[in-house]
Design a protein. Structure first.
Lengths: 250, 481
């Protein structure tokens, strides 16, 4: 589904990603771990097409199509979803209105008419139920005054509504207590199927107890320095990133 | 939102000023210049009684001695008042009994404005008094209103048919000598609307007037008078569109509202005069005096969406004279390119337990300047007066300006005054967040702006709210690039 080859990218002449190779197939869950500043969030932003990052070398290919010239919204229409580490507030715009706009813009890009209001309502109701979201929450202004847990749950709700092919969860566990973490992880697990893929970006192994990855990659100084199965995550938790830094330095 | 994506798409494709066409109708236009003879001629042309002519002349005398106000945060070339023609009326008079008699070209103009009368007639709820270059051409729904004793007509007609009401109330809220532009208007006003709601009557429909500047080089001097008698209620809508013109056009209107005991007036405006082109050439100068007086237990609510005009100078105000009266001001002012707006309100608390609310949302883009100027005044015998003001500014880009000039004067210790203000900028992060969800930048801005303006948009009557949302999007097109 997603193939990243020799990806170099940075911001204002400062190279952050220094040759990333990663292949994600449909139905897989990949975890990307690494210490602070290793380039995890940059990788997520570059896949999503954030314009302030410049790709200097290599490629990101989604289902055989090079995304080089695609704008962020085109990438979204093609099925890329990014759950933000710090979701922004948009005062006065309700969660429902925001989702309605997003879904209909996606449909417009595919040459479809707006989703009939009745279908939209049903979908909202179903997905809210699936993720145990109170419907009152949906009429609130997007992320305004939301708790950390509510923000992340809202991200997963949007993921459920937009039904992406590839979902990237950027530090979804940060700022969550254990109950919120469980709810968010359950949501992701319910949405996972053989046709979509998930990339989980995290600092800690904790989230991976709930969203079990097929593969774990360790990012360090802009490169994937180690890949393995979920055991690697346990090993990291035990020995810390320093162990890896020493190992790669050798 | 009631409009479809298709409609919206069409709107977004139209980058130029939408209503920039010009109808070629023979006009009866006065020579340029202003003197006593012209004032008398206007009055004569309108077959006004002697007292009205005298009233105009008094105003003209006062105006000659006055100077243009200079305190506003706007710069513009001073209009040459001797280069303006002060009267222009569509030629096909007298008034018609049915639409068939109206000049077909004029009807076509209405259709292009999206206010075709036959449709309006069918669509229940809105009575339209269309002012096309100063003279009321058609008034609909008059019969329904007449049954309730409601008078809704042109001000010229009211001067002839209801002189006792006009004499009593015209100039009672905005005196002839109130300010430079109000005095000018009093001397040369061409036409406008008059509305009277009798005691205890709730007006069954939204009253609506569409204004339009049509002739090149003619100023428009509207005068509106709304009187809500004891215990009555009326909601009045005013919408403006104007065709593109290169030379600056002057618009100096006066609106007076009178809410007698226990009455309520809701006055909503969507102002979309030609704002000038991208380089700041042309556009309407909009110098308006709007004021209402509230008697005991009454309420006046001003709601405005200001997107047009090159220069706007406008402060819809409330004089809260009666005890327990309420004044409200809800405003969205959008400036783009080289537009300048200095707008706000005055809430004058005179009676006891009077309350006022001010919600102002300013949106600036391009190289525009957007100022909020407001006065909250609590007089010495206004016990327990309360005011809440909120002024929010939203900036787009780095070349525009947002300014807030709140004035608060309190002479009674029991008053409670709250003032909140915020300034924010549409962030790259917000745009990227929307982009990532598949919403392009133009649409994202529309979404953010609508969210920002929601508290005010919600105050508009339904049909106006939709129009206003579209207007916000159109006026901010191309402002981020």
């Amino acid at each position: 589904m997603l193939k990243i080859s020799n990806l170099h990218a940075g911001i204002e002449n400062n190279e952050i990603l220094k040759g990333i190779n990663l292949e994600v197939k449909a139905g897989e869950v990949h975890a990307i771990m690494g210490p602070n500043g290793s380039g995890k969030s940059t990788l997520a932003s570059v896949i999503a097409g954030k314009e302030e990052y410049e790709v200097t070398e290599g490629s990101v290919v989604l289902e055989g199509e090079n995304l080089e010239d695609s704008s962020p919204e085109e990438r979204a229409h093609k099925g890329i979803f990014l759950s933000f580490q710090y979701p922004v507030e948009i005062p006065g715009v309700s969660v429902t209105n925001f989702m309605k706009t997003a879904i209909n813009e996606g449909r417009k890009a595919k040459g479809l008419d707006d989703m009939p209001a009745k279908d939209m309502l049903k979908m909202i109701r179903d997905k809210a139920e699936l993720l145990e979201i109170d419907r009152k929450f949906l009429s609130r202004s997007l992320n305004e005054g939301f708790s950390g847990g509510e923000k992340k749950r809202n991200e997963i709700f949007q993921m459920a509504m937009l039904e992406p092919k590839l979902a990237i969860l950027d530090e979804t566990d940060s700022g969550l207590d254990i109950d919120a973490l469980r709810i968010v992880a359950n949501g992701v697990n319910k949405l996972k199927n053989k046709d979509n893929a998930v990339i989980v970006i995290t600092h800690y192994q904790r989230l991976l107890e709930y969203i079990v990855p097929d593969f774990v990659h360790v990012l360090h100084q802009g490169k994937i320095v180690k890949s393995g199965t979920k055991e690697l995550a346990h090993e990291l938790e035990e020995k810390g990133y320093d162990w890896l830094k020493q190992e790669t330095a050798v | 939102m009631a409009y479809t994506e298709e409609e919206l798409k069409k709107e977004l494709e139209t980058k130029e000023y939408e209503y920039g066409f010009y109808t070629d109708i023979e006009s009866d236009t006065f020579p340029v210049g202003l003197n006593e003879e012209i004032v008398i001629a206007i009055s004569k042309k309108k077959e006004e009684p002697e007292w009205m002519t005298q009233w105009r002349l008094e105003a003209f005398k006062a105006w000659k001695l006055m100077e243009e106000p200079k305190w506003a945060n706007i710069t513009y070339p001073k209009p040459d008042f001797q280069a303006i023609s002060y009267y222009s009326a569509p030629n096909s008079k007298p008034k018609y009994d049915s639409l068939d008699e109206v000049d077909p070209e004029l009807l076509d103009t209405f259709k292009r404005l999206g206010i075709s009368l036959d449709e309006q007639k069918k669509l229940a709820g809105v009575a339209v008094d269309i002012v096309m270059d100063s003279v009321s051409v058609a008034t609909t729904f008059k019969k329904t209103l007449a049954e309730k004793g409601i008078i809704f007509c042109s001000i010229s007609e009211a001067i002839k048919e209801h002189p006792e009401l006009v004499k009593k109330y015209m100039g009672s809220v905005v005196p002839q000598k109130d300010n430079f532009y109000a005095a000018l208007n009093a001397a040369v006003f061409s036409d406008g609307s008059f509305c009277y709601i009798p005691k205890g009557v709730r007006c069954p429909m939204e009253l609506s007037t569409y204004f339009r500047i049509n002739q090149a080089g003619t100023g428009q001097f509207e005068r509106t008078l709304v009187i809500a008698d004891e215990g009555s209620y009326v909601s009045y809508l005013e919408g403006c569109t104007a065709p593109s013109r290169d030379e600056n056009q002057l618009h100096a209107a006066v609106v007076e509202l009178i809410a007698l005991d226990d009455a309520e007036i809701k006055y909503s405006t969507v102002q979309n005069w030609y704002p000038g082109d991208k380089e700041g050439k042309g556009g309407v100068f909009n110098f308006v005096t709007k004021r209402g007086i509230c008697h005991r237990n009454s309420k006046i609510s001003w709601t405005q969406v200001e997107t047009g005009s090159a220069v706007t100078w406008k402060y819809p105000s409330c004089i809260l004279k009666g005890d327990n009266s309420i004044g409200e001001f809800y405003s969205i002012a959008v400036t783009n390119n080289y537009q300048q707006a200095d707008t706000g309100t005055k809430m004058i608390h005179i009676g006891k337990n009077t309350r006022s609310t001010i919600i102002s949302k300013g949106i600036s883009a391009g190289k525009s300047q957007n100022s909020y100027r407001g006065l909250v005044q609590v007089n010495s015998r206004a016990k327990n007066a309360r005011n809440f003001s909120q002024c929010d500014s939203l900036l787009m880009g780095n070349d525009c300006g947002a300014h807030t000039f709140p004035y608060i004067e309190v002479k009674n210790k029991t008053a409670q005054i709250e003032h909140e203000a915020t300034t924010s900028k549409i962030g790259e992060d917000q745009i990227f967040y929307c982009n990532q969800r598949g919403i392009d930048t133009e649409k994202a801005i529309a979404l953010i702006v609508n969210g920002f303006s929601k508290e005010v948009l919600n105050k508009l009557p339904m049909e106006f709210a939709v129009e206003a949302q579209k207007l916000l999007e159109i006026s901010l097109e191309g402002s981020v690039g």
